[in-house]
Design a protein around this ligand. Structure first.
Ligand code: ZN
Length: 453
């Protein structure tokens, strides 16, 4: 009976993929959702590729998955992934059933799944990854993710014991995953920009998990990221198996040290958080046996997808669109830090309202006071133009951050933000947009091209 139910679910799921295709829509989660509705154990029974790589974490998981997928495909692997789909159980089910035959056979030999942290519980019961890469764990939307301890507990309570973890050695929170699992670490060695103690608003771990003494840092990078140790017991950041020893921004290269040898790779993007993403991807690719040369040759052809970062010259100005997720204070702070580190006179357009949520949610605002808007209080950031229904809230937050009133402009109409740019006084325009506002960012670029701005 169970078997019959599964095959009905598989058939209906595959049929709905076809129907969606007919209407020129991507099957992102609906076919999987229907299949799970018909057969709740659908993920258990569906055939799976022999090797499964899972990627999770607060920030960077999509970019890491994209790099892994690009490199594997470029090297001739037949990869099954949820690249176009959701990272919840329905997205994983959709990815699997789309590739399965009607008699439940999958011919791909490797899968790369992006997995939402909170969905771990329902996914790992039936999908047991050989490798789980965790990019990092930070405070995320409070409404959905509560606190990092809550997320660590969810992942730990569901993690299969045979899964090898690939973890960020510079992130003490994700290092607490899988007490009994085999672990391999990646990290970035001390940088010139590192400090003794960071002054970011959010630090999700401050005391030793063993003895509760205040943690100290050999070097701190941002938030709780860095190389930490406890002054009163033996607790410390682990050593990295894959360690970035050198970052050469001029030559667009990074050097990664492994146990015996160091290898040089092309640097896809120059922000530290994207170097972590690239490093995480290279680590897992090396672990499954790809040579450094092969990885590097493929990485040279890889780009971070345009919906995340894009740079182009419009009417003599550099225009950079950059994803900056709303309700995710650390992701926003990292992007603000990246923007302020760039040379020249800058204008910033902020359209980071999180979808329709902005209109209806009362929780929405708290994250503004966890994000480091203070980073935008810099002499060479000449204008910050805020667009959207929550413009007043961002305006107030920026005033609290000490940004002089004369540098701030706000408008409810996102599409008119470009018209306020003081072109004679600006070298670079940054458009920082939420994931749901990418279409608006594109329209703003079009405005600039048509000189409506
Ligand atoms: Zn301690």
């Amino acid at each position: 009976m169970k078997k019959l139910r599964f095959y009905v679910a598989l058939f209906v799921g595959k049929l709905s993929v076809l129907v969606l295709k007919l209407f020129k829509k991507n099957a992102t989660y609906m076919p999987g959702k229907i299949a799970i509705k018909i057969c709740p154990d659908f993920l258990k029974y569906i055939d799976k590729p022999k090797k499964i790589i899972a990627v999770t974490g607060t920030n960077g998981k999509t970019t890491v998955c994209n790099i892994i997928n690009d490199v594997l495909i470029d090297n001739g692997y037949n990869v099954l992934n949820n690249r176009l789909g959701s990272n919840l159980n329905s997205g994983i089910a959709t990815a699997l059933l789309s590739k399965a035959t009607l008699n439940n056979k999958i011919k791909q030999d490797i899968a790369v799944f992006e997995i939402d942290e909170r969905s771990s519980k329902i996914i790992y019961k039936n999908i047991k990854p050989d490798y789980l890469v965790c990019t990092n764990l930070f405070r995320d939307s409070i409404k959905r993710n509560a606190h990092t301890d809550y997320i660590v507990d969810i992942i730990n309570s569901s993690l299969p014991k045979e899964t090898t973890l690939i973890l960020n050695a510079d992130d003490l929170i994700s290092c607490q995953l899988g007490k009994k699992n085999k672990k391999i670490y990646f990290g970035i060695d001390k940088l010139d920009t590192d400090v003794e103690e960071t002054n970011n608003i959010i630090k999700d771990i401050k005391t030793c998990p063993k003895c509760d003494s205040k943690l100290k840092y050999k070097y701190a990078r941002y938030h709780h990221i860095g190389k930490a140790y406890c002054p009163n017991c033996d607790f410390a950041s682990p050593e990295s198996n894959f360690l970035v020893k050198n970052i050469d921004k001029d030559r667009k290269a990074i050097i990664i040290k492994e146990t015996r040898k160091s290898y040089r790779y092309y640097m896809i993007a120059d922000s530290i958080f994207n170097i972590y993403n690239e490093l995480a991807a290279i680590s897992i690719l090396r672990i499954i046996g790809l040579s450094a040369t092969k990885i590097n040759n493929s990485i040279k052809k890889t780009k971070i997808v345009e919906t995340r970062i894009n740079e182009e010259e419009i009417a003599g100005k550099k225009v950079i669109t950059h994803l900056s997720k709303g309700q995710n204070p650390v992701a926003a702070s990292r992007v603000f830090d990246y923007v302020q580190s760039k040379p020249g006179k800058k204008a910033i357009i902020l359209i980071i309202d999180d979808c329709d949520d902005a209109k209806y949610s009362s929780e929405n605002l708290t994250w503004l006071y966890d994000a480091d808007f203070e980073l935008l209080n810099k002499e060479d950031i000449k204008q910050i133009i805020i667009g959207g229904v929550r413009a007043n809230d961002y305006y107030l937050r920026l005033l609290f951050a000490g940004v002089p009133e004369e540098r701030l402009i706000k408008t409810v109409n996102e599409l008119e933000t470009t018209k306020f740019i003081d072109k004679d006084n600006i070298d670079t325009i940054f458009i920082l947009h939420d994931i749901y506002k990418y279409d608006v960012a594109l329209k703003l670029k079009q405005n600039l091209k048509e000189d409506k701005g």
